[in-house]
Ligand binder design. Sequence first.
Ligand code: 5AD
Ligand code: SF4
Length: 476
Amino acid sequence: MNKRKNINIDINSEELKQQHYMEQVKQWNDEYFEKTSRRRKHLTVTYGCQMNEHDSEEISWILESMGYSPADNKEDSDLIIYNTCSVRENADLKVYGQLGALKALKREKPDITIAVCGCMSQQESVRNFIMDKFKHVDIIFGTNNIYKLPQLINSHLQTGETIVDIIEESREIVENIDANRKYNFKAFVDIMYGCNNFCSYCIVPYTRGREKSRIPENILKEIELLAQKGYKEITLLGQNVNSYGKNLETPYTFAQLLRDINEVDGIERIRFMTSHPKDLSDELIHAMRDCDKVCKHLHLPVQSGSDKILRNMNRKYTKEKYLKLVEKIKREIPNIVLTTDIIVGFPGETEEDFKETLDLVKKVKYDSAYTFLYSMREGTIAAKHEEQVPDNIKHERFQRLLDTLYPIFYESNKNYMNKIVKVLVEDISKNDESMLNGRTDSSKLVHFKGDKDLIGTFVNVKITDVKTFTLEGHIV
Ligand code: 5AD
Ligand code: SF4
């Protein structure tokens, strides 16, 4: 085990400042409770990736530490926060729709506080649009200053003014914020913030700033505390976990981090998201192979199978290099499950380029994939490209990609037929309360009959039927 683990981390002056504002807002909320016997309530609505989901868990912890309790709906809320995503245009449009719909509520309940944070807030043009069109928004903050929320709420309450607070460079690493996690057996843990890759289609480097790694001591301390509380599975989060540690004073790699976390008693499964193929080292492949708790699942976004498109995307690998990497991974970790992200209709993508993508997915035989229609994001290099692919061609290719992928997923699931798999039970099925959902180590979703008391435990399930996206079976 890494000996740096037992260092104590001191609270810094920024953290003390925020604690002070937290107490002020809490006092205001407690006084309201004493007078009315009702707690002020918050609703935090999240769009986008797992990083955003985890940011919302932190936001919710901050709010509840200040005396807010969670609300079930907008009408019963005193504070509504939209944690936004900007990766594709659709996500922006949904938030505009939501903000528009809040105008009437704000008129009815002028004391309600409305806040917007996340990737949309980080872009100046979007911010200006929100301030111009949705004057009922009270607080705008970003991805890098969630820790300042107590101060921002306090300032708004004191002055009644719209508060806009954005930090351009990547997130300050503030360690005294906990999270109200959705589950009590599996947890997200941030290991780094930001991205340095500037893939030409992607807005993230502009909204989340440059890469910054948390020091391993703090990550390990958080995971040990989670293990003590009974958490069994952790997912390490970063835009590109493979380059974890590059900015640390003492050299330390993601592979070393996996090996150290593998030693934490109580943690039984370690997952991580996301890996850039260009940075996937042999050291990491070996760590995945050697560490029994590291799930044998790798999400390795390829984006396209065409060398020309990959070059224009600034991905820094070719189709051949990617396929060689996959071959090596499959050789070293024979039971590995591979998933990916694919963008269809990147500017300049021809039929030939698209066929290269179809060829690649047939060769890799992914277990699952997230597929996206290219969405033009203002401010990125690809948005300036003149040869945008027409919508009808994008949609037609998208459908052909799915038609190619689905039989591959189904074939891969067929390998599970009649096998017994270890499943971490996650929740009750939405459609049938007697059915449970869980995941295998390889992240396959499994449906089976069982009692809800099993949630958060491991069970063995014999697979008796397989579908394109799920496995079905019974507990043995
Ligand atoms: N258009 C479509 N998909 C995108 N992604 C990122 N930016 C865009 C965009 N502008 C996809 C990539 C990435 C995933 C998180 O989102 O595939 O891996
Ligand atoms: Fe976006 Fe590329 Fe960074 Fe992923 S690696 S967040 S796709 S710029």
